[in-house]
Design a binder for this molecule. Structure first.
Ligand SMILES: [Zn+2]
Length: 311
């Protein structure tokens, strides 16, 4: 096999994979997932028959590995294969299909599907802190994913469609030259937009939107609010435009249409987390494929999804 990024030891060798994940999740040494005991109370079990990465906590007398309490828990997939999938999902701008993962790992579609959804959970940033801030311009807008074209507002129509999915509304807030945060909303009005803007947009920002009624009232609470009237064919007026968020929507749509053929309504929020994560940690902002995968890896803690919670 020719050398590639995936030739690195932690993608090929289980022991190296454990070392890689432990170094990132336990930068200060191992921590017991059950009682929180630290390094001085923990021993590493090494023996021919011992499972890789097995540690023992002498405070609570229980064995554990770095997989416990993370998205890796309860999965039979070797850690180095998990790392390969995380890397691919972090490095592919438009995402990787479940089918492709299934072929790569020679696993079932169900396993591939479950695995990728767990990784999407790891990519959720938890919405820590609002976007924007003083002197920062943010754009907010909605787009329709899937559904019948003829039912849409003229300015929102797109070519193509997504099989298996009705018309879903996605709202995104983007910082110009910065991060993005998207939500799946049931309808566009003040009731749905206000809580999102309250939680995710810093009111010291300048807010750019279209003339959707839901933005009017809350818009007054921002340092500045400019609206462009797409209905009147107005798209740019000085720094009032929504090209940044529109550009993001086009990546999202191409990705969802081309790679994920049957995104169902219940899981859309996880796909949004995946696309948001890649955009907020893109090359232009100084994150390369390796550091992006490492960031996703830091998100694996405390996000253990069971098959039941996903379905
Ligand atoms: Zn313990």
């Amino acid at each position: 096999m020719a050398r590639s990024v995936l030739s690195s030891a932690h993608f090929q060798n289980e022991e190296a994979a454990f070392a890689y994940v432990e170094a990132r999740l336990w930068p200060e040494g191992p921590i017991c997932p059950r009682c929180g005991a630290t390094e001085e109370h923990i021993g590493k079990l090494n023996g021919k028959t011992t499972r890789l990465g097995l540690h023992k906590c002498y405070a609570c007398a229980k064995p554990f590995t770095v997989r416990i309490g993370t998205i890796f828990e309860g999965s039979h997939l070797p850690l180095h294969l998990w790392l390969q999938v995380i890397h691919l999902m972090c490095a592919s701008k438009k995402g990787v299909s479940t089918r492709q993962i299934q072929r790569m790992l020679e696993c079932s579609m169900k396993t591939a599907w479950f695995l990728t959804h767990r990784i999407r959970e790891a990519m959720k940033d938890g919405g820590i802190g609002p976007l924007g801030g003083e002197g920062i311009v943010i754009e907010a807008d909605t787009t329709y994913i899937g559904g019948k074209e003829k039912n849409k507002h003229v300015g929102k129509r797109t070519r193509g469609n997504i099989g298996g999915m009705g018309k879903q509304i996605v709202h995104s807030i983007v910082e110009r030259d910065g991060r993005v945060r998207s939500h799946h909303i049931p309808r566009v009005n003040g009731e749905t937009l206000r809580p999102i803007l309250e939680a995710h947009a810093d009111k010291r920002s300048a807010l750019m939107t279209d003339t959707a009624g839901g933005y009017m009232q809350i818009g007054r609470e921002f340092a500045r609010h400019e609206m462009v009237d797409h209905g009147k064919d107005e798209y740019v007026r000085g720094d009032a435009y929504s090209n940044t968020v529109e550009g993001y929507f086009s990546i999202l749509k191409r990705g969802l249409t081309g790679v994920y053929h049957s995104v169902s309504e219940a899981h859309l929020h996880r796909y949004l987390a995946e696309f948001d994560f890649r955009h907020s940690n893109r090359e232009k902002l100084g994150t390369d494929d390796v550091s992006r995968a490492d960031l996703a890896l830091l998100g694996v803690k405390g996000k253990r999804l069971t098959y039941r919670t996903i379905n």
